[in-house]
Write a protein that binds this ligand. Structure first.
Ligand SMILES: NC(=O)NCCC(=O)O
Ligand SMILES: [Zn+2]
Length: 446
């Protein structure tokens, strides 16, 4: 039974929102791809669940058939790193759980994992707030939890998150001094608690004290524009924090996930640790893989400020090396850090780069850009594409998307099926509310 909120995608997961209606679907004759294998086969889907994958399946007349001959049939993308409806730097991201997810679906991503930010340090209050925000959802999502302070109550809340709320990953910000940052003592406590709960510790790896110093230096030199953002937090500070977090995780003997690896410096620390046998996961994001810092140096503030994110988009060369690290397995999966502010919000920092809200878009473009940059260039196979955009994320975070969301695509065509809701969308739709798109004109061929 349809209702207007279901049509708009709002109320996803609630009774009566498309989940109960019975649908039978056959995706016929495509090349079905997973992370290990590909073969020409039919995919039979009932009520959004994949029931059979076999060549030449025979079905009854009530089954809707989609001809996928000459196309790939792949799992929907999973974005491991997003910030929808996030309150940050005195404002809130303009993509919420509806507009951000609609944009994701348009680009072939059918699940994402967002970061709950605690309210006054309380994980429970933070989760309640994000559960409220997520009521607008139109696709699968999950949560990581940020840890912004540490005491007995946070420690207890972490246990509740793991044992009762299904949250098994906790992020520690080593940057953003004075707001989200934790010091080494708190990081160590958090790592110990992650170990005892069997949860995965994640880090935003930049040395926040040194960044603070770098920012002061820039302002003293009279550098107030967006280029000051990159100059104040060089790769060196990302490398240092990555190395420190890796060593502390090694000291506690717990696995570590490094989010948005943006520099050669950070990547090399991860490579070294992995070579020595330490369990470290490295996540590049599309901005770091395909962009360079030239936009930050544009003389037009509105253009340059679009590219402000942390860690910064690095000078040309880092991107190519990160692509290589993704293709040889030193880095394992691709996120976006989708964290969108519009031009009015970016203008808060017109006189001082420290006030430009940090973040760029990507949730809609990720699949296309990874395809174009990595598959079309021959750096990774189609199976690797599935692994780095979808299944590796599911494996690391123990995710079971509720329903079998699928995309089918070829060079010229993409069909996105979101059997979870009655909300219909296709690759021509653009729903991100951004007017600060850093990938303008780079829609890709997938
Ligand atoms: N990355 C960024 O610039 N904004 C989002 C917050 C974070 O992940 O650091
Ligand atoms: Zn982030």
């Amino acid at each position: 039974q349809s209702n207007q909120f279901c049509e708009a995608g709002i109320g996803y997961g609630e009774v009566g929102c498309g989940l109960s209606s019975s649908t039978k679907l056959l995706i016929k004759g495509g090349t079905v791809v997973n992370a290990h294998h590909q073969e020409v086969a039919d995919v039979y889907v009932e009520d959004g669940i994949i029931v059979a994958v076999k060549p030449d399946l025979k079905v009854t007349d009530d089954v809707k058939v989609i001809d996928a001959t000459g196309k790939f049939v792949m799992p929907g993308g999973i974005d491991p790193h997003t910030h929808l409806a996030m309150e940050f730097m005195g404002t809130e991201t303009i993509d919420d759980f509806f507009s951000g997810q609609a944009a994701a679906l348009a680009g072939g991503t059918t699940m994402h994992i967002d970061f709950v930010i605690p309210v006054n340090g309380s994980l429970i209050a933070g989760l309640e707030s994000y559960e409220e925000k997520a009521k607008k959802s139109c696709m699968d999502y999950g949560f990581h939890m940020a840890i912004t302070k540490f005491d007995d109550s946070v420690s207890r809340d972490m246990e509740i998150m793991v044992k009762e709320k299904g949250i098994n990953s906790f992020k520690f910000f080593l940057a953003y001094k004075g707001s989200l940052m934790v010091n080494d003592e708190l990081l160590l406590e958090g790592l110990k608690q992650c170990k005892s709960l069997g949860a995965l510790a994640m880090v935003h790896a930049e040395n926040g004290d040194a960044v603070f110093e770098g920012q002061k230096r820039m302002i003293q030199l009279g550098i107030t524009g967006p280029e000051g953002h990159a100059l104040s937090r060089p790769p060196l500070l990302e490398g240092e924090a990555t190395a420190r977090a890796i060593r502390l995780a090694g000291f506690v003997n717990t696995p570590l996930y490094v989010v948005h690896v943006m520099s050669i410096d950070a990547m090399e620390e991860i490579a070294k640790a992995r070579k020595s046998g330490q369990r470290v996961v490295g996540e590049p994001v599309v901005s770091g893989l395909v962009l360079d810092d030239s936009g930050l140096w544009d003389s037009d503030f509105a253009t340059a400020s679009k590219f402000v994110m942390s860690p910064p988009i690095r000078a040309a060369g880092h991107n190519k090396v990160l692509q290589g690290a993704l293709s040889n397995g030193v880095l394992q999966l691709v996120g976006t850090d989708h964290c969108v502010f519009n031009s009015t919000q970016k203008a808060f920092g017109i006189d001082d780069f420290r006030k430009i809200p940090n973040g760029v878009n990507g949730i809609e473009e990720r699949m296309h850009l990874v395809w174009d940059t990595m598959v079309e260039s021959g750096q990774i196979s189609v199976n690797d594409f599935v692994r780095v955009t979808s299944t590796e994320c599911a494996r690391i975070f123990n995710i079971y998307p509720r329903k079998g969301a699928i995309i089918t695509g070829s060079d010229a065509d993409i069909i996105i099926l979101n059997p979870n809701s009655s909300f219909e969308i296709n690759a021509q739709s653009h729903h991100s509310r951004t007017d600060t798109n850093v990938y303008e004109g780079r829609r890709g061929k997938l």
